[in-house]
Design a protein around this ligand. Structure first.
Ligand code: NDP
Length: 334
């Protein structure tokens, strides 16, 4: 018998999630049945999209259920196997995060090769957030020579890779993040041309226009709200907007008014396109190939913010909404 602690959704958050919305419980796992494996998670991810799943609303992913263990990406090690396709010690990835260990049909987990990267990179730079950056910038925004690129949420998991890909391809990059340390990171470690501390800015639109007097060709939106309004004001005719996320609205308890200047989409003939990374899994092999090349050439940097222990998972998740993370927010489980 194995004991596993797990985090369940106790109540649906209203506004900012709070500790009382989560509960830590213990379950006992028997030996895996025929065709099953037992996995001990070593890392799990917390991601902003999980906030949407905590609401009882229809979306592109179903809501989490009250009283049930939460779900999300995790990597772990097979500790017992009752299926020939996997053996003890295999590294696997699954959607069974928010728990220390679990039994699963072997087909419910995916054996992975890290290609020399640390396993937790599969949850960040070499996983879903990394592909989001790559597909959003190169395919959705259709990055092309000479583009001036504006990225919001730029010090996070997705944004920090968007900045780097755009810089590697020779573009002028303007990036926003909250706080002086993040601005320093954007300038000194990611090499962006202009970094704006949106929390200190008195007029984001004016600051963006000063950073890009020539206008922007691409906006990679992670934040929405005031950032989107500023990007619309700074957009050149025919600019392309890849709408990836709008984290500034995820905890709103009442509908948030849209930008006041949406009509610029018409006059400037902008292309504003939302996307979901799962529609772009076909780009994963090309992404991993490029990532490996950049990594081998020493051209990539990625940061992680790590909380230790399953009991810290809610705190890690909540920290996403107060900007506690540099790069990918992760929880180390064993
Ligand atoms: P991050 O690692 O960027 O973490 C979230 C960051 O958002 C925080 O560190 C904080 O940075 C910033 N933030 C939080 N609240 C606000 C706010 N009110 N206003 C402005 N910034 C805020 O997360 P990810 O990189 O994982 O995700 C970034 C965005 O991409 C999210 O909107 C997410 O939902 C979206 N996403 C979309 C996907 C898709 O398929 N479309 C897939 C993956 C992610 P700071 O300190 O700078 O405020």
């Amino acid at each position: 018998m194995t004991t596993s602690r797990e985090v369940r959704l106790k109540s649906r958050p209203v506004g900012m999630p709070k500790a009382e919305n989560f509960e830590l419980a213990s379950v006992t796992l028997g030996a895996p049945g025929p065709g099953e494996v037992q996995v001990r998670n070593t890392w799990m991810t917390v991601d902003p999209y999980m906030r949407g799943r905590m609401n009882d609303v229809k979306s592109y992913v179903p809501p989490f259920q009250l009283g049930e263990v939460l779900q999300g990406g995790a990597v772990g090690e097979v500790t017992a196997s009752n299926d020939p396709s996997l053996k003890v010690g295999d590294l696997v990835q699954s959607n069974n995060g928010w728990r220390e260990a679990f039994n699963s049909p072997a087909a419910g987990v995916q054996k992975v090769d890290t290609h020399g990267l640390p396993p937790e990179a599969l949850l960040g730079v070499a996983g879903m957030p990394g592909l989001t950056a790559y597909a959003g910038l190169l395919k959705v925004a259709g990055l092309k020579d000479g583009d001036v690129v504006f990225v919001s949420g730029a010090a996070g998991a997705v944004g920090s890779l968007v900045c780097q890909i755009a810089k590697l391809k020779g573009h002028k990059v303007i990036a926003t993040a909250g706080g002086a340390d993040k601005v320093k990171f954007l300038k000194e470690e990611l090499g962006v041309d202009v970094a704006i501390d949106y929390k200190a800015s008195k007029n984001l639109s004016a600051d963006l226009m000063a950073a890009a007097p020539e206008g922007i060709d691409v906006y990679f939106d992670n934040v929405g709200g005031e950032h989107l309004e500023a990007a619309l004001n700074a957009a050149k005719p025919f600019a392309r907007f890849a709408i990836c996320g709008m984290i500034s609205m995820y905890n709103a308890s009442a509908p948030v008014p849209g930008p006041s200047n949406l009509a610029q989409i018409i006059g400037k003939q902008l292309r504003v396109e939302g996307f979901i990374v799962s529609s772009h899994w076909d780009m994963m092999p090309a992404f991993l190939k490029d990532l490996a090349t950049w990594h081998a050439a020493g051209q990539l940097t990625w940061k992680q913010t790590v909380r230790e222990g399953i009991d810290k998972a809610p705190e890690a998740f909540m920290g996403l909404f107060s900007g506690e993370n540099f790069g990918k927010m992760l929880v180390k489980l064993s």
